[in-house]
Design a protein around this ligand. Structure first.
Ligand SMILES: [Zn+2]
Ligand SMILES: [Zn+2]
Length: 285
């Protein structure tokens, strides 16, 4: 009996900080983005709203509940990572004597590029008709995403997403700060992609040097049109594989669908009236 209670106590000791980290970063990033939208709506963000439609209260409730479930799943993966590090399966080092700041920067850039590739290909896999219903349907119930949709996953999708970091750590040693910065980058870019208003400069559409960075319109179009724009941070894979939405660059330039214009001049109204119909989006046809 004592052995079981000791095991539970040490499990909780490892799990609780991971729970705070994974659920906390979602709450802070999604809540913070919602607050930014509210505060700066009239100052200009309202004019950058991407879709005419607004999410319903039910949409937001579903996004929050499923995202919290994903946060719990991620935190359990965190337990696996900590146990793996303790037992020498993964190398997560806390000081700069093992490797310097240069290695931290390179390994951070590498994990972001690798995660973008992992996301693109697992995302395309989850769109396969045989898998979609089990893996990815919950995420696409958000036709007009809000920042709270960041982790709105079915359980199998959450597990697939959670597997990336342990797989990476099997191959690449990481400084603990590098891992933390990666997690922060991931959630910030994730809530930006679901913000519903364009947060990036429109010049990205035609920028020779920065056109490879995904704007919010990129992932928003994935939600509204379903069949294009599978990438998370960068446009590389979509361009290489011919899956970039044909209207992406034009919409990013500011030539929005005709039904997107009126909402931009309305006062702050993040939520639609209950039962509001989903309009047909020209880009979905
Ligand atoms: Zn998708
Ligand atoms: Zn999404």
């Amino acid at each position: 009996m004592q052995a079981i209670s000791d095991a539970l106590a040490s499990f909780w000791q490892i799990w609780s900080p991971n729970l705070i980290l994974d659920v906390g970063r979602y709450v802070i990033a999604a809540g913070g983005m919602a607050l930014i939208l509210k505060l700066f709506w009239n100052a200009g963000l309202g004019r950058r709203k991407i879709q005419a439609r607004s999410a319903s209260r039910d949409d937001v409730r579903r996004e929050i509940l499923t995202s919290l479930r994903t946060g719990i799943i991620f935190s359990l993966t965190g337990v696996v990572i900590v146990l793996g590090a303790i037992n020498g399966v993964f190398t997560i080092y806390p000081d700069f004597e093992v490797a310097g700041i240069g290695y931290l920067a390179i390994s951070l850039a590498a994990i972001i590029v690798a995660h973008d590739a992992y996301f693109y290909w697992t995302h395309r896999l989850m769109h396969h008709p045989r898998l979609f219903r089990y893996f990815h349907r919950t995420h696409h119930r958000s036709v007009t995403p809000t920042p709270f949709a960041a982790y709105a996953f079915d359980v199998p999708e959450a597990l697939m997403m959670a597997m990336f970091t342990p797989l990476w750590l099997l191959l690449v040693p990481m400084h603990v700060l590098g891992l933390f910065l990666f997690m922060a980058f991931m959630i910030v870019r994730n809530v930006m992609g679901h913000a519903g208003v364009e947060l990036m400069p429109r010049a990205l559409a035609d920028s020779r040097w920065f056109g490879w960075i995904n704007a919010t319109t990129h992932h928003d179009l994935h939600h509204s049109s379903f069949h294009h724009n599978y990438g998370l941070y960068f446009t590389w894979w979509d361009r290489l594989m011919g899956t970039e939405h044909p209207a992406y660059r034009e919409q990013l330039r500011g030539h929005r669908e005709e039904n997107a214009a009126p909402a931009a001049r309305e006062p702050y109204r993040p939520l639609a009236a209950k039962g509001a119909a989903v309009p047909r989006l020209s880009s979905a046809e």
